[in-house]
Design a protein around this ligand. Structure first.
Ligand SMILES: Nc1ncnc2c1ncn2[C@H]1C[C@H](O)[C@@H](COP(=O)(O)OP(=O)(O)OP(=O)(O)O)O1
Ligand SMILES: Nc1ncnc2c1ncn2[C@H]1C[C@H](O)[C@@H](COP(=O)(O)O)O1
Ligand SMILES: [Mg+2]
Length: 196
């Protein structure tokens, strides 16, 4: 089966990771977080990509699409090799910019279908307050006010153009992510029920 992909995008702390975990429990989707795959690869001593990933993270730049897509592709192939029924993927935090989107289109068009984009919509205030709260226990070095504000600016400048492109194709399913986890998930479930 050709992989069926849903991208989850939204401001930092919008709840992408939280909702994606629930989706995998209720629907037959495998959750892949681009950020988590990159953070893991960054620490692998034998990785051909770790140095480049480290440089990009330190500079606050996005890792080139070639690397991120290689990791996503490996994760998808591994999942499908273990269970051929697992061909539905929920990819969280990707594509973060038009360069990564261009690369995805070049490499993956024909190999995977992008079904729709789940857009978790919330204000800057909600984004900041959730990241700061998460920062009390997450251990993530980007969960502080300065870095979150910078990540919001990057989201607006770099990720919004990606969303605009998918919007033109009628593929964006926007959800008000500022409500409670359960209320947001009710809407998420409705989207998956409708889209199949
Ligand atoms: N609807 C919600 N209401 C209140 N808190 C929430 C909600 N959804 C998630 N949270 C909490 C859980 C986390 O501590 C924090 C951020 O959620 P998380 O799912 O990690 O966001 P995210 O994956 O979109 O952020 P990032 O892009 O930074 O990884 O907010
Ligand atoms: N190419 C990339 N795709 C997604 N995320 C990337 C990429 N290059 C660097 N990153 C960084 C940006 C953020 O620091 C994290 C995103 O992780 P998240 O858990 O979604 O906040 O990864
Ligand atoms: Mg996340």
């Amino acid at each position: 089966m050709k992989p069926q992909v849903v991208f989850a995008l939204g401001r930092p702390g919008a709840g992408k990771g939280t909702q994606c975990s629930s989706i995998t429990e209720h629907c037959n989707y495998t959750h892949l977080s681009a950020g988590d795959l990159l953070r893991k690869e960054r620490t692998r001593a034998d990785s051909e990509f770790s140095q480049k990933i480290d440089e990009c993270f330190k500079r606050g730049e996005f890792v080139p699409g070639e690397i991120t897509i290689t990791l996503l592709r490996q994760a998808m192939e591994e999942t499908m090799k273990n269970d051929k029924n697992k061909f539905r993927f929920l990819i969280d935090g990707f594509p973060p910019d038009v360069e990564n989107l261009r690369c995805w289109t070049q490499v993956m068009d024909g190999e995977a279908d992008v079904r729709f984009i789940l857009l978790f919509d919330c204000s800057d205030e909600v984004s900041i307050s959730r990241c700061l709260e998460r920062g009390k226990s997450s251990g993530r070095d980007d969960d502080n006010k300065e870095r979150v504000e910078k990540r919001i600016q990057t989201y607006l400048q770099s990720t919004r153009p990606v969303i605009a492109r998918y919007h033109k194709e009628g593929k964006v399913r926007a959800i008000d992510a500022s409500r409670s986890v359960t209320e947001v998930f009710d809407d998420v479930k409705s989207v998956f029920d409708r889209e199949g």
